[in-house]
Design a binder for this molecule. Structure first.
Ligand SMILES: C[S@@+](CC[C@H](N)C(=O)[O-])C[C@H]1O[C@@H](n2cnc3c(N)ncnc32)[C@H](O)[C@@H]1O
Length: 258
């Protein structure tokens, strides 16, 4: 069993509870606003690293058939249970070696850092094969730099964790597994043989990272969310925060990679 699978299997129950964190919910609402703008009505959506199926359920209720993929069977069990009765199917898949369902799909999504745990270029290539020209691929990655997280960690004396986003491994539920938080240039380079970047915004510029403060954010999230939204689309802020949303569009003609 891969270390990534083992980490997220162990983490699945805790992750389901984390969905209720006020900062996580505010960040997810921003992702859903972007999806509402770019995903064509009624189109089938491929959800890569779907976790507990929270986005799949949201999209299915909006009339999108969803196929969700994840390396963790325990995450997939929660997703299947959450989406019972909805037009959503779930399959095990390690995105480090993607072999995607045939589709066709009108859009693809990978939310909240699943692709920080797999090489980007093979995923971009595989997803491109399943999308028609112009179709969106919404990719939400853990950002490389989070000043809000760094301040919160420093304030709590957790100095050794401040640089954790720059490391090539991460620890979840006590298991260390491969991780990367690439620069914007590296993300664009991985996608550009097949995709054009059409939008980028950051989440969690001033909204503290879920869990980083050590106490629940509660209604403070409601106060900070509008400022976070305004800052996240400004040029100087679009690469810092908790996550970055990238909206790619499938190119009509694929340039041969390297
Ligand atoms: C932080 S969770 C995000 C889950 C979901 N997308 C969401 O927005 O809540 C990351 C998910 O990616 C999955 N994942 C991590 N590495 C993966 C890989 N190499 N292949 C497939 N899934 C992976 C994990 O099992 C986990 O469910």
């Amino acid at each position: 069993m891969s270390r990534t699978r083992s980490a997220f299997d162990r983490h699945a129950g805790e992750y389901a509870a984390w969905e209720f964190d006020a900062s996580a919910a505010a960040q997810r609402a921003r992702v859903h606003a972007v999806l509402a703008r770019v995903v064509p009505p009624g189109s089938a959506v491929l959800d890569l690293g779907c976790g507990t199926g929270i986005d799949a359920a949201h999209l299915a209720r909006q009339g999108h058939p969803v196929v969700g993929l994840d390396v963790s069977p325990d995450m997939l069990a929660l997703a299947r249970s959450r989406c019972s009765g909805l037009p959503a199917e779930f399959f095990p898949m390690d995105l480090s070696d993607p072999s995607l369902p045939p589709g066709p799909f009108g859009a693809a999504l990978s939310n909240f850092g699943a692709l920080n745990c797999a090489p980007l270029a093979p995923v971009a290539r595989a997803v491109a094969d399943r999308l028609s020209p112009g179709a969106p691929f919404v990719v939400v990655l853990i950002a490389r730099t989070s000043p809000a997280e760094a301040l919160a960690l420093l304030a709590r004396g957790r100095f050794h964790e401040v640089a954790r986003r720059r490391r090539d491994t991460a620890v979840v539920a006590g298991v260390r597994f491969p991780f990367h938080a690439p620069s914007t240039a590296a993300v664009v380079a991985a996608f550009q043989p097949f995709f054009r970047l059409t939008h980028r915004e950051s989440l969690g510029v001033v909204l503290p990272v879920p869990g980083a403060l050590g106490w629940p954010l509660g209604s403070l999230a409601t106060l900070l969310a509008p400022l976070d939204r305004r800052l996240g689309v400004l040029p100087g802020f679009r690469r810092i925060g908790d996550h970055v949303i990238f909206v790619f569009r499938r190119l009509a003609a694929t340039r041969a990679p390297d």
